[in-house]
Design a protein around this ligand. Structure first.
Ligand code: WQD
Length: 338
């Protein structure tokens, strides 16, 4: 199929583009490069030896979208383009609603006008807010979000549900990611945060590299086994596979289909630190600080629905995720030193 991938040079987008190309789909990438680099296109080519078509631009540019849809016979769209930092969203809510909500509205309008009716939307477990029970199932309440990033994703979910209810030609798949980490086994693509990383794994990698002095563990007084926060970490390549299976299953379907993409297993911050040190034979100095505002104690998925409906099974375990994350970080450093 011809697949338009918005945000296709970003962390999750680029890994999904590799999977799409390896599954013999034709890929058109639209990315404004606000949080990624154009050399990712070459890296993708190095990995799979396949060409793709790249447009530098923004999903809010309606005329550009019309141009892309007029030039390419798009069968499905995967929508990754958006801003994704919880802390940044608290300081810049307008930017987050502009990018994430207006961008998605622009895209769905252009899709309908062009007669393209299959959309895979990159959502997040953050829409569940602070879960009342665990593991988190797709039917659990959403919308009790605690930051503009999570709220923007929730709003887009609601918009897509309303638009799909009004037009039965649409097939919308909402994929709620838990905590994507790791990198492609080639170490040619991976997470490339701008500035000081907000997320745990890229921060740990930069401490391991000596680029950052020590990790701050945001609280060890949570009601968990060791007091630190628990999350459901999932390999980014497993996440990518989930997108392919969801598109294959629901292309030319009708309605809205929501899936958690998580492993169903939670690990605490201290467990991640210990595992990273063990598999990569490095030390991660850390100190314990106050909790981070907006963090929940525990968050992990009930992944059964995606397992059963999409025949989606995760291939990578935590050791794989931590090895691949580190290998990518080391490769980046090597490239920069050349
Ligand atoms: C994980 C754990 C922190 C950094 C967010 C978004 C989610 C998704 C992933 C986009 C928590 C602890 C972290 C640090 C720490 N984003 N931590 N020190 O907050 O679960 O999820 O990022 O798709 O939508 O909500 O991920 O990696 O920031 O935190 O102790 O320097 O690590 O408290 O327990 P989070 P995270």
């Amino acid at each position: 199929m011809n697949v338009l991938v918005t945000g296709g040079t970003g962390y999750i987008g680029s890994h999904t583009v590799v999977s799409l190309l390896e599954n013999n789909h034709q890929v058109i990438v639209l990315d404004n490069l606000s949080n990624s680099s154009v050399d990712v296109i070459d890296r993708i080519h190095k990995i799979c030896g396949k060409e793709l078509i790249f447009y530098q631009g923004d999903v809010r540019d309606f005329a550009l979208l019309q141009d892309i849809f007029s030039k390419h016979n798009i069968d499905a769209v995967m929508h990754f383009a958006g801003l994704k930092s919880v802390s940044e969203s608290i300081n810049n809510p307008i930017e987050y609603y502009e990018n994430n909500v207006s961008g998605s509205l622009s895209l769905i309008k252009a899709m309908k006008e062009a007669g393209v009716f299959t959309l895979i939307f990159s959502s997040t477990a953050t829409v569940y807010g602070n879960p009342a029970t665990l593991p988190i199932h797709e039917n659990m309440p959403t919308g009790n979000t605690s930051n503009p990033y999570g709220t923007s994703k929730y709003i887009v979910e609601r918009i897509l549900q309303d638009v799909a209810a009004s037009d039965k030609r649409l097939s919308v798949v909402i994929l709620r990611y838990f905590n994507p980490i790791g990198a492609h086994t080639s170490a040619l693509i991976g997470e490339l945060p701008n500035g000081i990383p907000n997320n745990l794994l890229p921060y740990i990698c930069q401490v391991a590299m000596g680029k950052l002095q020590q990790l701050s563990v945001f609280g060890d007084d949570y009601p968990t086994a060791d007091g630190s926060g628990v999350r459901d970490y999932i390999h980014v390549m497993d996440l990518a596979d989930g997108h392919i299976l969801a598109m294959n299953k629901h292309h030319q379907d009708s309605g809205v289909f929501i899936y958690n993409l998580g492993t169903g297993r939670g690990y605490s911050v201290f467990e991640i630190i210990k595992a990273f040190e063990r598999v990569n034979k490095v030390k991660i100095p850390y100190c314990v600080t106050d909790r981070r505002t907006g963090d929940v104690a525990v968050c992990y998925a009930d992944a059964l629905y995606a397992n059963q409906k999409l025949q989606w099974q995760t291939r990578f375990n935590l050791d794989d995720m931590l090895k691949d994350a580190w290998r990518w970080q080391q490769n980046l450093a090597r490239e920069k030193s050349q």
